[in-house]
Ligand binder design. Structure first.
Ligand SMILES: O=C1O[C@H](COP(=O)(O)O)[C@@H](O)[C@H](O)[C@H]1O
Length: 261
């Protein structure tokens, strides 16, 4: 294990070991929260993260989790129909949600009949409704919603959610959910949580595996401080949790350019 200030970095020899540990950590956190009767609010990303959750839907973890307490959200979504191959909802449904008994009304997909602006407004309104009904808490400090767990992936350019390097959305300070129409990674139209919402999270598990992520991982976790001006930071480096825990789940290939001190 390595560490970076307030971030814990778990490194695994193989992606198989990573996915077992991710299942263990997720099940343990879920049980810690739901054993007191509380709901467990979980945010998913798209991409390779969903495949890394495969151990959680198998024995022994699948039977240890109180799925009825889960409420599931998306950190970002492509503005496409829910049955489109680019849909993060479809990816999660096929690879994860269809295998566990989470009540359907606790799975919060975007309204795919709306354009990006409308879909972002609609999703933000949904989150605000869930605050009013007590499903989501808000931070007393920032006023942004607190999710129990965000399960995130990262692109080779260091993007998380649909927050891409150099994009003005990185500086959004007011909105909970916003939209992008010029995503550098297709498809171009998406909605995304903003950094204030990501930073209000109680826990983030960030999954990075594969050699194509090694440069971004080196930049994010290495000891090179030449890029410390905020304009030069990768999106993943802009995560700064108000009061939460940030754990990296990395395989050896993704950390191959990192000097562990
Ligand atoms: O476009 C997206 O990319 C990121 C990273 O995906 P990966 O395939 O490189 O793991 C993902 O986290 C995000 O949810 C997705 O919309």
């Amino acid at each position: 294990m390595a560490s970076k200030e307030d971030q814990k970095v778990l490194i695994f020899d193989t992606e198989e070991e990573l996915s077992i540990s991710l299942a263990e950590y997720t099940a343990k956190l879920s049980n810690k929260i739901t054993s007191h009767g509380a709901t467990f609010t979980v945010v998913l990303s798209g991409g390779t993260l969903i495949d890394s959750l495969r151990k959680l839907v198998g024995s022994p973890y699948v039977d240890s989790v109180d799925w009825a307490k889960w409420h599931v959200f998306w950190v970002d979504e492509r503005v496409v129909p829910k049955d489109h191959p680019d849909s993060n909802y479809k990816l999660a449904l096929d690879g994860f949600l269809s295998k566990v008994p989470i009540p359907a009304d606790q799975v919060y997909a975007i309204n795919d009949t709306l354009p990006p602006e409308g879909a972002a407004d609609d999703y933000e309104a949904c989150l605000k409704y869930l605050v009013r009904t007590g499903i989501l808490n808000v931070s007393a400090t920032s006023g942004f919603p607190i999710f129990d767990l965000m399960l995130l992936g990262m692109g080779p350019d260091g993007h998380i959610a649909s927050l891409f390097p150099g994009h003005p959305l990185l500086n959004e300070k007011e909105r909970w959910v916003t939209y992008i129409k010029d995503s550098p990674k297709p498809p171009p139209q998406r909605i995304t949580f903003t950094f204030p919402v990501i930073n209000a999270s109680a826990n983030i598990f960030l999954v990075v595996n594969g050699a194509e992520l090694a440069d971004a991982v080196k930049k994010a976790l290495g000891h090179d401080h030449n890029n410390s001006e905020s304009g030069a930071l990768l999106p993943v480096q802009r995560v700064s949790l108000e009061n939460g825990e940030f754990t990296w789940f990395a395989d050896k290939d993704a950390t191959s350019k990192l000097e562990i001190k």
